[in-house]
Design a protein around this ligand. Structure first.
Ligand code: AMP
Ligand code: ZN
Ligand code: FE
Ligand code: FE
Length: 292
């Protein structure tokens, strides 16, 4: 059984629709796929419907933009009720922060001699609920300033570059509580990728587990082989679920093809069991979680 628990559609910064993403997942031979767009559940219904038609399992998720000790950290929330009031409010705060940041990015780019407008960016994000730097990167590429997203981040959009502007991110620990209160389960995305490794030590992971963290993403392209081995051992020692996934973005990210990393069936079972417990605890019936 092949299981991919982290992908992006054009509702955030992926380049294909939720429907097309699920069709590709089925074509690639995945048995279970999760859709985890940045800060939005907007694509869930479309993806779930197509998954049913293709006969593959679907896990609804959101990759929430958080911060911990001053560093950006991404939290994968699986199957929370997106209508749960405090979670919904926090997601809207993050989405509003994404929109509010755009003029600042464009001002800075203008100061660096590059004139692009909000309309240029919007044109690259027609289906997107979560606007991000990747859409600015696509606008820069469309204008011929850069050749691809990577070059746009390297030259303009990464922290310390001339077009970088800060945006609001949710507090990590508080968000884990919000996800739990919404009947969902929390898994840290790529915890030991460059940005977040320094703030997510084993001791911090233990603390976060006490706040409700259920798992960590171990097999991810941002983790090299020794990092994966260390994280896998840590997950096993702490009793955290260990996941693996592609972080697929369509053509928006190279070397992140669907199924390039996968989650072991036993780990998915543990995640689904935790999700059932979480849903029960808040009186929700076990939701759209797939029966793989
Ligand atoms: P934002 O959420 O707007 O701050 O943008 C961050 C997102 O941009 C990340 O979640 C990645 O998906 C994407 N990203 C970061 N670096 C790159 C890169 N070099 N090339 C393409 N996408 C990137
Ligand atoms: Zn992304
Ligand atoms: Fe991420
Ligand atoms: Fe992601």
């Amino acid at each position: 059984m092949r299981i991919d628990l982290h992908t992006h559609s054009d509702r955030s910064d992926g380049t294909v629709s939720p429907a097309e993403l699920v069709r590709r997942a089925a074509r690639t031979g995945l048995d279970v796929v999760a859709l985890t767009d940045h800060d939005t559940a907007d694509g869930w219904d479309e993806a779930a419907l197509v998954a049913q038609g293709c006969g593959i399992g679907f896990v609804p998720g959101i990759e929430i933009s958080c911060q911990h000790a001053g560093a950006a950290v991404h939290l994968l929330a699986y199957s929370p009720d997106p209508a749960s009031e405090p979670l919904d409010a926090e997601l809207h705060k993050v989405l509003a922060g994404r929109i509010a940041r755009l003029p600042a990015i464009l001002d800075r780019l203008r100061a660096a001699g590059i004139d692009i407008t909000i309309e240029d960016v919007r044109q690259q994000a027609v289906s997107a609920v979560a606007l991000g730097r990747p859409h600015v990167a696509d606008a820069l590429a469309a204008l011929g300033v850069v050749s691809d997203r990577d070059e746009a981040f390297d030259r303009f959009l990464a922290p310390g570059r001339p077009g970088y502007a800060h945006r609001y991110a949710a507090d990590l620990t508080e968000t884990i509580h919000l996800v739990t209160a919404a009947g969902g389960v929390s898994v840290l995305a790529h915890p030991w990728a460059r940005q977040s490794r320094s703030v997510l030590s084993a001791a911090v992971l233990t603390e976060l587990q006490a706040h409700g963290l259920v798992g960590i993403e171990v097999d991810h392209q941002d983790h090299d082989t020794p990092t994966r081995a260390e994280l896998r051992q840590l997950a096993s020692r702490l009793g955290l679920v260990a996941t693996g996934s592609s972080d697929y973005h369509g053509t928006g990210k190279v070397d992140h093809e669907l199924g390039c990393n996968v989650t072991e069936p036993a780990e998915l079972m543990a995640l689904l069991a935790a999700a059932r417990t979480a849903a029960d605890a808040v009186g929700r019936s076990a939701l759209q979680l797939a029966q793989p």
